[in-house]
Design a binder for this molecule. Structure first.
Ligand SMILES: Cc1cc2nc3c(=O)[nH]c(=O)nc-3n(C[C@H](O)[C@H](O)[C@H](O)COP(=O)(O)OP(=O)(O)OC[C@H]3O[C@@H](n4cnc5c(N)ncnc54)[C@H](O)[C@@H]3O)c2cc1C
Length: 420
């Protein structure tokens, strides 16, 4: 039995995946997970998809940890990392010693600049909310229920930020019968994530289904009686019951500010997820920047990084096999207006070429990205799981564009019935 101890700070995708994999890899020492939220570990992707519904339960979205007396789940906020003494210092004063520590504290929503914009602002705390945690979803459920009970009408909700989180949430709340106004930057923020063609399809569905769409910034906001008034950069005033902030996140690294780690828009790690120049400290998930690359904020990546960090820790503590460099399968999916959207690789309009292989108007659509040699670097599919499944290995293998075009044609062309 191992006498080493591992501390994992954060019980989201990366932290829980690391714990499960460490046990699976034969680490039998003490494993302590620290979680700043009061709840048991849960799947964050359900916060806007499942937990906004009045009859949803935390139990249905919880993440199970291995049942093991040497695994301790501690509710508490890490306040400091002392890499000299190898301890994590918690808000309540506990010092947790480690042989290895995994930093998996994720990200925190960027708030809208409220108070500096309006001195006379009344209490907005319940009516202007981020949407990242179970508590945020609960706050929104409370406001929606209050509006329904008091005013006998659906709630009017302003969602600020029209990227994936804002778009999904707008779709969910509209399906629940609420009036949603989506306020996004004039440049279509989804284009960076999905390519211009599919992003334009999403915008058209928003225009069709939502109570209002504004391509503007929020300049200020204030409360009037029981309402929140948003003042937009185009001069419009929008009166709503609730404002959801979905304008992006920053890595949750404040508690590491006086540590010896290299922090620059996240925690810098090498390709094994070891932090730079500090032994025994690893990072994974939304806050990790591997080899200086851009952080990735997706569930599947965070799970894969947590698992990889566990392999590196096993290698370093137990002399297990070197896991090699982290390689991401690089995919995620969402569902908007009844259609699945699957993303493989990293679409980016400034990298490679964006080529629409199937025109919109089809049941399904795909946009692929290629490098200078016309090899696939990314693909985004809309409305076809079959197409997504067929393109996934082609992106992984950096297949030729012509091969992808043949697969798309074969998948989207309906079979002809043989003449008798
Ligand atoms: C509403 C919503 C929907 C999403 N939907 C999708 C989706 O459909 N598909 C997709 O791919 N991605 C989605 N994402 C993104 C995805 O959830 C994140 O990329 C993923 O959760 C990141 O995992 P993580 O482990 O890095 O961080 P998190 O899951 O955020 O976990 C961080 C953990 O650290 C804890 N913590 C923070 N600070 C401290 C501290 N100082 N001390 C102790 N504990 C601390 C937190 O309480 C939490 O347990 C969504 C995100 C949100 C907010």
């Amino acid at each position: 039995m191992s006498t080493a101890s591992v501390v994992i700070v954060g019980t989201g995708a990366a932290g829980t995946a690391a714990a499960t994999h460490l046990r699976g890899l034969g680490f039998t020492g003490d494993l302590t997970l620290v979680n700043a939220e009061a709840q048991v570990p849960y799947n964050r992707t359900t916060v806007n998809k499942t937990l906004l519904h009045p009859d949803s339960t935390l139990d249905s979205v919880r993440i199970a940890l291995p049942d093991d007396p040497r695994i301790t789940l501690l509710a508490g906020r890490a306040e400091r990392l002392d890499t000299q003494r190898r301890t994590v210092v918690l808000h309540q004063g506990n010092h947790l010693s480690y042989d290895a520590v995994l930093i998996a504290t994720g990200a925190r929503p960027r708030p809208l600049p409220r108070r500096e914009l309006n001195d006379g602002v009344a209490e907005l705390s319940d009516r202007v909310t981020p949407l990242r945690t179970y508590d945020d979803a609960e706050r929104i459920r409370r406001v929606l229920a209050r509006v329904g009970a008091k005013l006998c009408r659906p709630a009017r909700v302003g969602i600020v930020g029209a990227s994936l989180l804002g778009s999904e949430t707008a779709n969910v709340l509209t399906d629940m019968g609420h009036e949603v106004f989506l306020i996004g930057a004039p440049t279509n923020p989804m284009a960076r994530q999905l390519g211009t063609t599919i992003a334009t399809w999403v915008q058209a569905r928003h225009a069709e289904h939502l109570a209002g769409v504004a391509n503007a910034r929020v300049d200020s906001m204030f409360t009037r009686c029981d309402d929140v008034v948003l003042v937009l950069s185009d001069g419009t005033e929008l009166t709503v019951d609730l404002v959801v902030e979905a304008v992006g996140v920053d890595p949750e690294v404040g508690w590491l500010s006086d540590s010896a780690l290299t922090i620059d828009d996240g925690v810098l790690v090498d390709d094994r997820l070891r932090t730079l120049n500090v032994e025994g400290v690893y990072a994974a998930g939304d806050l990790a920047r591997i080899d200086g690359s851009t952080r990735v904020e997706h569930w599947g990546y965070a799970l894969a990084q947590g698992a990889h960090a566990a392999r590196t820790i096993s290698h370093d503590l137990l002399r297990a096999e070197d896991p090699g460099p982290f390689q991401s399968s690089g995919s995620y999916s969402t569902r908007l207006y009844g259609k699945s959207i699957n993303v493989f690789g990293s679409p980016h309009p400034y990298r490679g070429r964006e080529i629409a292989l199937a025109p919109l108007g089809h049941e399904a659509h795909v946009t692929v990205y290629t490098d200078a040699e016309s090899r696939l670097s990314a693909a985004v599919t809309l409305g076809s799981a079959k197409l997504a499944n067929r393109l996934r290995p082609l992106v992984a293998a950096a297949a030729d564009l012509n091969e992808a075009a043949e697969v798309v044609t074969a998948t989207l062309t309906p079979p002809t019935t043989a003449a008798k």
